[in-house]
Design a protein around this ligand. Structure first.
Ligand code: KE4
Length: 435
């Protein structure tokens, strides 16, 4: 076992001052057991902990580090921006450049509002949809996560068409009562909801590829169905692309799947590792936001120059301006790495006789220890979580850092090479045999 004396000391100290020793719950390793390691530094596709252990990183700060950690051009851009001032709260050229890059890259975004997290983006998108349509009710899907927004921290009601109950303490039932939680990848419950609540549903919000319960994909035709029914019923379709934006294609999942949502939320990659979120969509909807319209939204650090410098550099490095999406070499490489990892892990599981479902879309993947396909949260919950825990720790001991939960996605970066994929597959083959 790798001794992590310094990490354990830090975790003890951290728990004195920080709730659970962390600033975001999943980092506490409670889903896999044991103490989290503390990071000393990261570069490329690797992280080093405070005890000097090195790991190949497939979490990539939960998605943003698509170019690897400490990318030299991003570091230089942030250093240069910092020397000119770390925050202005005044319009600045960098936020205009970032907005232009987003609008030119994401097919359906004509105007954008930048904020500071994916949660803020999703919260604003919901408020904007309600303000634009004058309707209150929202449909979300079980297994999708849209940040810690009160009205979206909701679990399914007792009956298919009963409105949601809070999925967190501190969320009043009144905040949840306008949210309907339906099963992902099913059409009938969506039809029934619109039939039961005609003219009352403001929007459907979903992750077009669900990356917050492991990873499951939309069934063929399901996204098209959601687009059609929302158009027919006068509701907005919101794609939460905080994770998939600039990950699955330069224009996100909507470009990959050819669907035109009314609103899109972004985050993670567009911040180049610094705090950024964004809401974007058709100008006629977006112009309902203050100062032009009646839907209020604001933020002290929105358009922060350091975050803009990191994000602009990241999008430039991704080639969003220099290559047509279909032949962008960065995304072709990410697809290749994803396919290699998928093939290698599948073969390793087969050789070990361990039932493993690996769902993948581009450079995002999910692992489930089950022999049944996983298309929604119920399927995911049937997977063997104990086996995942043992696999996670076995891989960690082998120097491979996977997401510390069976219900998180994994990510690849342009800093991963064939060598890392091969060493990861070799490690998995050895660990799978012990499960
Ligand atoms: P943030 O507020 O954490 O920036 O974004 C919330 C959010 C919104 N929408 C989607 C699709 C997301 O994946 C997220 C955040 N993702 C999680 C990872 N599963 C962040 C990790 C964490 O909570 O620590």
């Amino acid at each position: 076992m790798r001794s992590r004396v310094r990490s354990d000391e830090l975790f003890t100290a951290a728990q004195r001052w920080l709730v659970g020793g962390v600033n975001s719950p999943v980092r506490a390793f409670r889903a896999v057991g044991g103490n989290p390691f503390f990071v000393e530094r990261a570069a490329g596709c690797r992280v080093w902990d405070v005890d000097g252990h090195e790991y190949v990183d497939y979490v990539l700060t939960w998605g943003p580090a698509i170019l690897g950690h400490a990318h030299p051009r991003i570091v230089t851009a942030v250093q240069a921006a910092a020397a000119r001032g770390t925050s202005f709260g005044i319009p600045n050229p960098a936020e205009v450049r970032m907005a232009e890059l987003i609008c030119r890259s994401v097919p359906t975004i004509e105007k954008v509002r930048l904020c500071n997290s994916g949660t803020e983006a999703c919260m604003t998108a919901i408020r904007l949809a309600r303000g634009f349509t004058g309707r209150d009710k929202i449909i979300k899907f079980a297994g999708c996560y849209h940040g810690h927004v009160d009205s979206l921290l909701v679990k399914a009601g007792s009956g298919a068409l009963t409105f949601g109950h809070p999925d967190s303490a501190g969320v009043p039932a009144d905040f949840a009562k306008h949210t309907l939680v339906l099963p992902y990848n099913e059409t009938e419950p969506v039809r029934a909801a619109f039939a039961a609540y005609p003219g009352q549903i403001a929007a459907i919000i979903l992750e077009p590829v669900a990356g917050n319960a492991g990873l499951f994909l939309p069934r063929p035709g399901w996204l098209e169905f959601l687009r059609q029914i929302t158009e027919k019923e006068g509701a907005l379709l919101i794609f939460d692309e905080v994770m998939t934006g600039f990950r699955l294609a330069p224009g996100g999942a909507q470009q990959r799947f050819g669907i035109r949502p009314d609103l899109t939320t972004l985050g993670k990659i567009i911040g180049g590792g610094l705090p950024v979120g964004a809401i974007g969509g058709r100008a006629e909807i977006m112009d309902h936001l203050a100062p032009l319209g009646p839907v209020y939204q604001a933020g002290t650090l929105s358009g922060n120059p350091l975050a803009m410098a990191a994000g602009i550099t990241a999008l430039e490095e991704l080639g969003v301006e220099t290559h047509p999406p279909a032949t962008n070499p960065v995304y072709q490489r990410l697809e290749q790495l994803g396919a290699q990892l998928e093939e290698g892990l599948r073969q390793a599981a087969q050789m070990a006789g361990v039932p493993l479902v690996l769902n993948r879309c581009g450079s995002m993947f999910g692992l489930y220890f089950t022999s049944q396909p996983v298309w929604n949260l119920d399927d995911a919950l049937r997977s063997d979580r104990e086996r995942f825990r043992r696999f996670f720790h076995g891989m960690l001991e082998a120097g491979i850092y996977l997401a510390p939960s069976p219900f998180e996605a994994g990510f690849l970066s342009t800093a991963h090479t064939d060598a890392e994929i091969e060493s990861t597959v070799r490690a998995a083959a050895a660990v799978l045999k012990t499960l």
